[in-house]
Design a protein around this ligand. Structure first.
Ligand code: HEC
Length: 103
């Protein structure tokens, strides 16, 4: 098991080194998805990010476009709090990532 996970980590490192710039931008969005406070992943399911939250709708099913994500983050929606504490760049990265991950 340990050897297997080391192998997987090595593979991930190699894959990362080979990623084009656009995929690295997605990687930032993926990190934000699980890393902002409160984390999107707490409340939303998104397979690409390994998230299985069930408070809000599954983003895999909702498949929101970029504009819809930006609007939700700026204003909040229903039970979802607004994320006004994020920078414009972070909001853009999240929106781009969620759209791309659910295409
Ligand atoms: C505290 C739980 C919670 C967190 C944290 C949260 N959401 Fe949500 N989110 C919800 C709920 C609940 C809804 C459904 C709101 C409604 O339709 O009334 C929702 C709705 C959405 C929608 C759909 C908006 C629409 O137009 O219907 C998007 C997109 C979304 N969230 C993205 C995110 C992203 C990206 C993050 C992280 C930055 C995040 N959410 C963090 C609970 C959360």
């Amino acid at each position: 098991m340990a050897a297997g996970s080391r192998g997987a980590a090595a593979f991930a490192a190699l894959a990362f080194a080979a990623l084009p710039a656009a995929a690295q931008a997605d990687d930032e969005g993926r990190r934000l998805f699980t890393g902002v406070t409160p984390a999107c992943a707490l409340c939303h399911t998104l397979k690409d990010a390994g998230a299985a939250g069930a408070v809000g709708p599954s983003l895999d099913e909702l498949r929101p476009d970029r504009e819809r994500v930006i609007k939700a983050l700026r204003n909040g929606v229903g039970q979802m709090p607004p994320f006004g504490h994020l920078s414009e760049a972070q909001i853009q990265a999240l929106a781009r990532y969620v759209e791309a991950a659910t295409k």
